[in-house]
Write a protein that binds this ligand. Structure first.
Ligand SMILES: Cc1cc2nc3c(=O)[nH]c(=O)nc-3n(C[C@H](O)[C@H](O)[C@H](O)COP(=O)(O)OP(=O)(O)OC[C@H]3O[C@@H](n4cnc5c(N)ncnc54)[C@H](O)[C@@H]3O)c2cc1C
Length: 388
């Protein structure tokens, strides 16, 4: 089966991506996590099958598939045991290019999207700053206009892929923040990650070690006018366009991770004999796993409902936020229960669940925290007053 057929079904997407992802076993990921080392072989396998360009239109070298297909594919990636590391490595070719696809110039799209789809161009996404936190309106990285371009100075943190990325999608202030319109006046640039002007410092972290996270110190970085994405001052609104699809897919990645943990725990519960019987015979062991299966299934239904709305160009903010929230909770809980099932062995790296558990914690925090999801539902859906 190939993915260039007329119309690929979701079952075929599941089967195809599962087959590629499961060529890489749990020991591969354990080694990548321990070293740590970027999973290039894994990315290459997905690039060769065309998956990195899943949502890039065919005219720019992609597959032109919808969000439902991308969500199923990334859930299978995480669910294979590749976890958040494997999912992030593929995810970064699919979501960060969104603003370029929707708002970039024709030249920008023709030049870069086919390279992203083939896996020849790795990009980083530079939004978060140490002193702004989840209030992006407070970023202080600043771009100042010059003849034919801009000069950028500032400080970014937690930037994924910056060790190897060729280019960066960078958010900077191009006019001062005002209380009336705090999110105006920020501009997105898509530019070379010029290491003569950007110092990259890797952050040692809890999980997803195979995929690097970095602090960036930007010192007089020169950016050309034709590297501005869309219009000057509208960068934040372009990021907003991409939030719903990303939240839906993150929910699906997280529930994939929960399923990977459940797979290991279930096998262990059948095999581990204590008090002359498999531990899975005890309801105290079996029921939490069964409960997690149900919660993961429910989270999947919400995510796929949200993805179908998005693909049908319907509003899907509440559903997308619910998908991210439920996937993150159910996925983390399944990983935590897998830890309990494996008892002391859960602490041993060779049993893999500790890696799932560490990685699943991340998705409750990034790319958006559970609290900010609840803030969205409280204010936008329930109409409660804003608390911040
Ligand atoms: C491994 C990793 C990879 C990442 N990759 C990238 C990347 O590639 N590019 C990028 O730009 N960023 C990236 N991030 C950043 C990530 O998106 C942020 O860390 C995340 O949004 C949280 O921001 P913060 O850490 O500054 O939290 P803070 O703003 O300091 O918040 C701390 C806590 O307080 C809560 N909080 C704050 N204000 C409120 C409020 N009003 N109501 C309720 N709760 C509130 C938050 O939810 C959070 O739990 C990454 C982060 C990690 C850990």
């Amino acid at each position: 089966m190939t993915i260039t057929e007329e119309k690929i079904t979701l079952d075929e997407v599941r089967q195809h991506s599962r087959e590629i992802a499961r060529r890489f076993d749990l020991d591969y990921w354990r080694e990548k996590d321990s070293k740590p080392e970027y999973p290039w072989e894994f990315v290459k396998a997905f690039a060769e099958a065309g998956w990195l360009g899943a949502m890039i239109p065919e005219e720019y070298g992609g597959l032109g598939l919808g969000l439902q297909e991308a969500a199923v594919m990334l859930s299978e990636v995480a669910g294979s045991g590749a976890g958040a590391a494997g999912a992030s490595a593929i995810h970064f070719y699919i979501f960060p290019p969104g603003p370029i696809l929707r708002h970039g110039s024709e030249d920008m799209k023709r030049k870069y999207l086919p390279k992203i789809a083939k896996g020849e161009l790795l990009m980083a996404f530079g939004v978060t700053e140490p002193n702004a936190g989840v209030d992006t309106s407070r970023i202080t990285t600043k771009a100042v206009k010059t003849d034919g371009g801009w000069v950028v100075n500032g400080h970014k943190i937690w930037i994924t892929n910056a060790q190897n990325a060729h280019r960066i999608l960078l958010l900077a202030r191009t006019s001062p923040r005002t209380e009336e319109r705090p999110f105006d006046g920020m501009t997105l640039f898509f530019t070379d990650l010029n290491r003569e002007r950007i110092t990259v410092r890797e952050i040692e972290k809890l999980g997803r070690a195979a995929v690097d996270s970095n602090e960036l110190f930007i010192d007089n970085l020169e950016v050309r006018d034709d590297e501005v994405v869309g219009e000057v001052g509208k960068g934040f609104s372009y990021l907003l366009d991409g939030l719903n699809p990303e939240r839906i897919v993150v929910g699906m990645e997280q529930l994939g991770l929960g399923r990977a943990a459940l797979e290991v725990a279930t096998k262990y519960a059948k095999e581990r004999i204590v008090f002359d019987r498999p531990i899975g015979k005890n309801q105290a062991v079996a029921h939490p796993l069964a409960d997690s299966w149900i919660r993961l299934k429910a989270a999947e239904l919400v995510s796929m409902d949200a993805a179908a709305l998005y693909d049908a160009h319907q509003p899907c903010g509440p559903e997308a936020n619910a998908a991210k929230f439920l996937g993150s909770e159910a996925g983390f809980e399944a990983c935590d229960r897998a830890m309990q099932t494996l008892g002391g062995y859960s602490y041993a790296k060779e049993y893999h669940v500790e890696r799932f558990w560490r990685e699943s914690r991340l998705l409750k925090i990034a790319p958006v925290s559970q609290e900010m999801v609840l803030n969205y539902i409280s204010t936008k859906v329930l109409g409660l007053p804003r608390s911040y």
